[in-house]
Structure formats: C-alpha cells, structure tokens
Design a protein around this ligand. Sequence first.
Ligand code: NAD
Length: 384
Amino acid sequence: MTSNQRTAGVVVQAAADIFDRADRLGPAKVVHVCEPATGLRGVLVIDNVARGPSIGGLRMAPDVSVDECMRLARAMTLKNSAAGLPHGGGKSVLWGDPRMPLDAKERVIRAFAHALRREEDYIFGPDMGTDEGCMAWIKDEIGRSVGLPAAMGGIPLDQLGATGWGLAHAADVAARHCGLRLEGARVVVQGFGAVGRHAARFLRQKGARLIAASDTAATIYDAAGLDVDRLMALKAGGGSVGDYPGGTRLDRDAAIGIECDIWIPAARPDVVREDNVARLNTKLVLQGANIPFSAGAEQALHDRRVLVVPDFIANAGGVICAAMEYHGATESQAFQAIEQKIRDNVDAVLTDAGRSGVPPRQAAMRLAAARVEEAMRYRRFGVM
Ligand code: NAD
C-alpha cells in the first residue's frame, strides 16, 4: 500500500485503522478515489490475488463504508476459493443513491472505472445498486468487467437468477442435513431483489411456500403463501412488496421475527446481530446476502441448533456465473457449474461441521482458507 500517493485525481491512502483488519490473507491493496468535480467518492479493496485476478461486485449505496468494503472483499476471496475459481477476492463501493438519474450514474461509474483502469488485478462485477448496464459502461470504459448484458456476450446473472438458483440447490442439500422437507417448507425472504426474488422462485419449484418477503419499505406476510410472480411483477414495475394485494403489511424489520422453516437474508450486511437474533424463529438459514449476520449472532444460532449455511458457500452462484462468462462458457454450462459446485460445497461443509461439532462457517473457512494458503505458497514472497 502506498501512502498518500496522488495520480491523476486518484488518492491512494494508507490509513492506520485499515491495518486493524489486515491478516495473513490480505488485503493486498486499498484504493480511495475522490473526484469532487463529478461528486465521485469510492473505494476499491483488492483482498487477495494468489488464485488469480480478483472478481467482486461494485456496490452503490449512500451508506457504504471502507470497513464494509474490506469485509466484502474478504468474503469474495473465500467465496472464489471455495468455488474452485481461478480468481482472488476484491470489492468496490461508491457512495451515492443508485436511483439517481441514469446520465449522472453513468458519469460517476465511468469516472470510477477510469480512475481504476490500471488496477488490473480487479475485475468489476454487479452488486447492490449496479446491474448489467453498469457493467457494460465499465467494459466500454476500461475493457474489464463481468456480468455483462447478453447483447455484449454476457450471461445476465441477475435477470436469470444465478444466485437464487444456487441458493435453491443449497436449500435442497442443507434440508437433508437438518431433517427438513422442502415440500411445503415455509420460506421468508428479507430483501426481495435480484437474489431474493429468484431464490423464492426456484424454491417454489421445489415445493416450498413463500410466506413473507420484505424490501426497504415493508414486509408482506401471508401464512397461506404469497404469489411469487405477482410480487416479482410489482417490483419490476417499481413498487414495493407492501403494495401486494392481500396478506398483511408489516414494517420492514418484521420479517426477522416471522416463524418459518427457511429464512433467507438477501439485503444488507449485519441485519441479524446479538441484539435481535433471539427474534429469529427458523430451522435453516441460507445466507443470500453477504455478511448478513454478526459473528455473535451466528454462534447464538449454532447454540440453538439452527443450521446456518454461510454466505460465501450459499450465495456463490452469481460469481460462479460471472467467472464462467469471463472464461467463455455458455449459460447452460454456467448453471450446471453453479448447481454442482454449490451442492458439493454445502454437503462438504455441513458434513465436516456435523462431524467436528463446529459452526458451518468455521468448517467453510477451513475449506476456503486452505486453498488460498496453498496458492499463496506458489507466489513470490510478499505477493498476496
Ligand atoms: P438488490 O438491490 O437487487 O436487492 C436488494 C433488496 O433488498 C431490495 O429489494 C431492497 O429494497 C431490499 N433491502 C435493502 N435493505 C433492506 C432491509 N434493511 N430490509 C429489507 N430489505 C432491504 O440486490 P441483490 O443483488 O439482490 O443483492 C442482495 C444481497 O445479496 C447483497 O448483500 C449482495 O451483496 C448479495 N449478493 C448478491 C449477488 C447477486 O448475484 N446479485 C450474489 C451474491 C451475493
């Protein structure tokens, strides 16, 4: 990391507290970008590139932080490693409202990509607040992004529901580990966006029943089951799940306390913490979102014998799809790879966790970190 080095509007900073999170795996580099003329404020974290150039999403939200970016970049290192991809982990964040006028959004995203054009160890992907169109601007600007529109040879992973497809397969395997039948299982989805809505759709195909879904505005609940297609149409038209005709409209965070069999966080980090974990009333958690639970909350659930399939195992569908696109695979090859890799990993992690009595995250960390460390041994000294 270079200290306060200024190159063409890019400030590369080494702030003392950044090192608090550093460990043997990374981060390799943290880049702060600030361009007052365009209102651009963003951060790139390249966590580890021992397995290859890092892939990770670009997140746009008004309340992102450097710390969130660092934790998400680490989640990508572990996710890409666990999925056996030849890629390291990275992440980037942009401060701003993702619903800003499209021309302003294009300007700021292009400016961010341009500022990072020489960071060849990072390949942009879509994340919250960005989509295939944003990836197309970046590809046009610097030639390096994944999750492109079909018109540019991409596999539109959010439209197709690559992560939701993987979550449904994770559910299938995990259900067997906790004695649950998917047929008739009650599902709650927190965050009915790209991940959440497709998870609900693919789980319905396996016989499960969506009883509640939430977004930033509300939670909608119906014990008899919600119509997933109707909810998807509402969201596609710019509405909220709270506009659903029927069921009971509750406040946003009510989704946390609804009794169910499978609870899927698919929104923001740290939504379940020590102070609200007692409200969660479920048998199985599939982490669709990245870092949705605090460490203490996961331990509390483990103590209560609630099975939690950790983020970097359960929600790897999107990045597997993106990496397959990058290496020239077709849509059906990508979906087959997601199915196989996620089923194998969920089974391996839950079997190991069951045998050794540790939380699934600990077993998953062992699997992923061992692969990263092995790759690091082949690198020149000091190169993560
Ligand atoms: P998205 O923006 O399409 O959807 C997010 C949804 O969550 C929106 O409906 C939003 O209204 C809702 N939301 C936001 N804050 C909320 C809150 N506090 N309570 C309830 N709902 C809330 O984003 P996405 O692509 O679906 O990503 C969701 C999460 O999944 C993120 O953590 C992302 O990092 C993670 N993830 C996404 C992918 C992918 O393929 N898109 C892959 C892996 C992980």
